[in-house]
Ligand binder design. Structure first.
Ligand code: SF4
Ligand code: SF4
Ligand code: FES
Length: 388
């Protein structure tokens, strides 16, 4: 196939910047990274970019295509070339450019190191001298965060980092959640204190671009939400962001909707609110203050209250509650109305093959009765007459 690319070339030593166009002949299955290799090998050996694994593992090849961060080795070019598009390739955002598509990753790694991305000693060592086992339920809380390959695509698109380069950012905070959610780590509270400080959790603008651009499904914004929930459930709620979130919860629990008029005094305190009286008067004048008394109560408020009750009863405060909510939303997103059984969903036309859980039987393959049944937290067993 014929592929045309426009690439922003830049040399930090001279300050020269130019948009160059290249036309190459590439195999139909070529990725963006393959195309850059062809440009470098056959057209212009001065082009600079990073790569290593070529299989979405090392995180080296993050760059922008048409203004949005991608992993070059994950981006197939066939449809783009067939559509006659000429994508513009440039270096990632929010990091200084060294040359062409190569950015200086030092600020990225400094924030990564600041998160202390290793288990802090002090946890209970299992008495029997065996490995520390974690239940699947607890692992679910950090499953996505553990998938991060440190590519920087999320950082490239982060709104909050654009306005405050000191903001810890989506990658570092997702890494932080990886350890906060790990029951073997002994520094949960210290970590939450640190991440709740200036330039931390509550500086995120919730634009969700990090979730959108992450090539590995880490969903860093969700990790930040989990950190916020963990901080609040550990009583670390000094920041206005935490107070804001707490008030939203209280508001939905009591009346079933967000009473934004009360948000300012509850978040900022009375003194600060008095200073904003002029703004408040403007809202009242334009009938936007919602001063009805007693406040309107939503018709189905009972459902919101039941939800609160359920979370408390099941002791799912913090990140565990967040994961439970995520699962329910994912089911809704897949059209699950609650009336079908799991088996019925997997029997739908075009559905994925049903994954079998430990202890369940299937005709063969993963989780089959002929395989070892390893249930988290329990002794590994072999089924009678089982195979490997
Ligand atoms: S959601 Fe927050 S962390 Fe993610 S890109 Fe937006 S501002 Fe940055
Ligand atoms: S969270 Fe995703 S986008 Fe961000 S560094 Fe990790 S893998 Fe890359
Ligand atoms: S080259 Fe390793 S992730 Fe792309």
């Amino acid at each position: 196939m014929q592929v045309a690319l426009k690439i922003w070339r830049y040399d930090s030593s001279s300050g020269e910047r130019a948009l160059r166009e290249y036309e190459i002949d590439a195999p139909d299955e070529a990725t963006l990274l393959d195309c850059l290799d062809i440009v470098k090998d056959r057209h212009d050996g001065t082009l600079a970019y990073r790569k290593s694994c070529r299989m979405m593992i090392c995180g080296s090849c993050g760059m922008r295509m048409n203004g949005a961060a991608v992993l070059a080795c994950k981006t197939r070019m066939y449809e783009i070339a067939q559509a006659g598009e000429v994508p513009v390739i440039s270096a990632m955002g929010n990091l200084p450019i060294v040359k062409d598509l190569v950015v200086d990753m030092d600020p990225f790694w400094s924030k990564f190191k600041a998160m202390k991305p290793y288990l802090q000693p002090g946890y209970d060592v299992p008495q029997d001298g065996r490995e520390y086992r974690i239940s699947q339920e607890r692992m679910n809380v950090i499953h996505k965060e553990a998938l991060c390959i440190n590519c920087g695509c999320c950082v490239s698109e982060c709104n909050a980092m654009e306005s405050d380069p000191e903001f810890l950012g989506p990658q570092a905070l997702a890494k932080g959640m990886r350890f906060v959610g790990d029951p073997r780590d002994a520094a949960t509270v210290e970590r939450l204190e640190q991440y709740s400080g200036p330039h931390g959790i509550w500086e995120c603008t919730r634009c969700f671009f990090c979730n959108e651009r992450c090539p590995k499904g880490v969903d860093p914004r969700d990790a930040i939400a989990k950190l916020g929930a963990e901080a609040i459930s550990n009583g670390i709620d000094r920041d206005m962001g935490a107070k804001h979130a707490k008030w939203f919860i209280r508001s939905t629990e009591t009346t079933g909707w967000l009473r934004e008029t009360e948000l300012v005094p509850k978040t900022q305190g009375i003194v600060s609110s008095v200073k904003q009286m002029k703004f408040a008067m403007g809202l009242i004048k334009h009938n936007k203050a919602g001063l009805a008394f007693p406040p309107h109560v939503a018709r189905d408020v009972g459902e919101a209250r039941n939800l609160h009750k359920l979370v408390k009863e099941q002791d799912r405060q913090g990140a565990m509650g967040h994961v439970q909510g995520e699962r329910a939303l994912a089911r809704l997103a897949h059209g699950h109305s609650g009336e079908e059984t799991l088996d019925e969903i997997y029997e739908r036309q075009g559905a994925f093959t049903r994954p079998y859980l430990p202890g369940e039987g299937s005709a063969g393959g993963q989780g089959s009765l002929t395989q070892a049944d390893v249930t988290p937290g329990e002794e590994p067993t072999k089924k009678p007459g089982g195979g490997a």
